[in-house]
Design a protein around this ligand. Structure first.
Ligand code: B1M
Length: 230
């Protein structure tokens, strides 16, 4: 979509820079994304704004064209790679807030689902908010979640699903926790594009988080409640 060779980044205003980031993310240009994130940071734009107005906004366009059959899996993978290159730069900045430790969280994508960009973003934001986060990656079975909750003595379980076919697996995990008498030991927060608050309620999760910022608000709210109750 863009030809960066002739573009001098410092000549662009912030909106044009974000637009270029969206185009380059669409085209899967990881090196260009790294340069543009660097440029945005040097202007004092916050990591969060770079993430949402540049990277996430670009991925939204990718999502629409993927849905409409304009883009195919290889192109989307390239875009995901470019997204990760940008996120890797922002990660330490989002995490380095020096916030006091709030609690421990395990987060991962459910079985059958390999989408991990959203949950990586939530992980970063949770770390930034002061949680000790154990990101167990993609394609997690009930056993994997349970093992991680036990191992890290987690206060919070975050589950992510991006496919309508994988989201029902969240209920399997919650039902297993209930059967084992462990449901009340852990705050269960869920997210991912196809989910809704109604779905979260139906599967008896504690809350649905529409995006990473809501995940931060919710986790703090529930940890505060739990501390109060304790
Ligand atoms: Co996939 N894919 N994909 N894909 N992919 C979607 C999800 C899809 C909506 C595209 C479309 O058709 N428009 C569609 C799902 C349709 C459906 O189920 N209704 C789809 C499909 C069909 C598929 C395949 C089946 C395609 C195929 O093979 N034919 C396949 C499935 C593979 C599998 O999982 N088994 C597949 C594969 C892939 C790639 C591997 C190519 C790649 C993933 C790379 C990766 O993640 N490492 C990919 C991508 C990139 C996408 C889209 C384009 C972008 C997803 C993304 O990263 N968004 C996506 C379209 C879309 O969602 N618009 C699509 C950016 C990210 C920041 O947002 O993940 O929503 P999101 O996370 C947000 C919130 O949802 C929330 O906070 C995040 C940050 O704000 N959130 C949480 C997410 N998890 C949370 C957990 C929490 C809290 C909040 O816990 C507390």
């Amino acid at each position: 979509m863009s030809d960066n060779d002739d573009i001098i980044l410092r000549d662009l205003n912030n909106d044009e820079l974000f637009e270029l980031m969206q185009d380059d993310l669409y085209d899967g240009y990881a090196d260009e994304i790294v340069e543009e994130v660097q440029e945005a940071l040097s202007r004092g734009i916050t990591p969060y704004d770079i993430l949402t107005q540049g990277l996430v906004a670009g991925m939204d366009i990718v999502g629409e064209d993927f849905r409409d059959g304009v883009l195919f899996v290889p192109e989307v993978l390239m875009a995901a790679k470019a997204m990760k290159a940008g996120m890797n730069m922002l990660r330490p900045l989002l995490v380095e807030t020096g916030a006091p430790r709030l609690g421990a969280a395990v987060i991962g994508t459910v079985k059958g689902d390999i989408h991990d960009i959203g949950q990586n973003l939530v992980s970063m934001m949770w770390e930034g908010a002061g949680l000790e986060v154990h990101n167990i990656g993609i394609n997690n079975s009930v056993e994997a979640y349970l093992e991680a909750i036990e191992k890290y003595n987690a206060d919070v379980l975050g589950m992510s699903a991006l496919l309508t076919t994988t989201m029902p697996y969240m209920k399997v995990v919650i039902d297993t926790l209930k059967e084992m008498g462990k449901r009340d030991d852990v705050i269960v927060l869920v997210g991912g594009a196809p989910l809704s608050a109604a779905f979260a309620e139906e599967i008896e999760a504690d809350a649905y988080c529409e995006d990473a910022s809501e995940a931060v608000v919710r986790v703090k709210e529930f940890l505060r409640l739990r501390k109060g109750a304790g």
